[in-house]
Design a protein around this ligand. Sequence first.
Ligand code: A2P
Length: 275
Amino acid sequence: MSNELHDMDQAGLQAVADDKGLHLAKVTWVHHWTAGLFSFRIERPSTFRFRSGEFIMIGLLGANGRPLMRAYSIASPSWEEHLEFFSVKVEEGALTSRLQHLKEGDHIFLGKKPTGTLVLDALLPGKTLCMVGTGTGLAPFLSVLRDPETHEKFEKIIVTHTVRQAEELAYRQFLEEEIRADEIFGEMLKDRFTYYPTVTRGEFHRKGRITDLIRDGIFRNEVGVVEEDRGSFRFMLCGSMAFNKDMGALLESNGLVEGSNSEPGTYVMERAFVG
Ligand code: A2P
């Protein structure tokens, strides 16, 4: 039974997608960063619209014949023709244990209702946008960073990424070099963008949790935050539950207020999803 289902052809999968109100989208690119992390892209259905920073349900056909869906932040900006996702590979994860074997040409289910709070609409106007992520929590920031609206609304943009080991700094080359060489974004980001990677357990030039680096004033010194600009910092947080809680508390103790789509604030957060 389950084999038959896993071998279902595209027409069969499309019928399931139609029945459940989902898109069926073709995988166009897969990249494995480490034994535990990978990224992939799918074709973007022409009717699919989202705001940079939002998440969406994606999935595969489950053994029971129904789509097995999990929330994933979209790592590509809203103008891009494809949709990109950044994922962990978890052996015991119902979906990621299977998603990690995706190949170009495979098909996955894609929900039709993107949503989320890591969006510009949920933040009050400010000068510096600081996006603080751990692990795959980097994903929504890769989207927001490449949205032209972000650059219209903020003078400075900082992306921090905290991981256990340096090799888990996925997208490092992109953030350090490629985006700066990009035809459109290179000029936009010049002198305005800081990528701030930190590693907690392995060797690296900057060690420690971002929460500690901020609390100890190291972040402030390295990034060059001037006192009069502190009040115009806006934050987006995305990581584990523990990280969001600690980082949120740190911001609140500095007077920041959590925002939402209906009531914008000075920071927003979302849990990094694990499949
Ligand atoms: P650490 O190695 O000190 O736990 P994980 O893989 O567990 O999701 O963690 C990803 C990164 O986030 C790790 O570098 C981890 O640091 C860091 N991290 C985990 N919890 C917190 C927290 N509460 N505050 C700040 N950083 C955290």
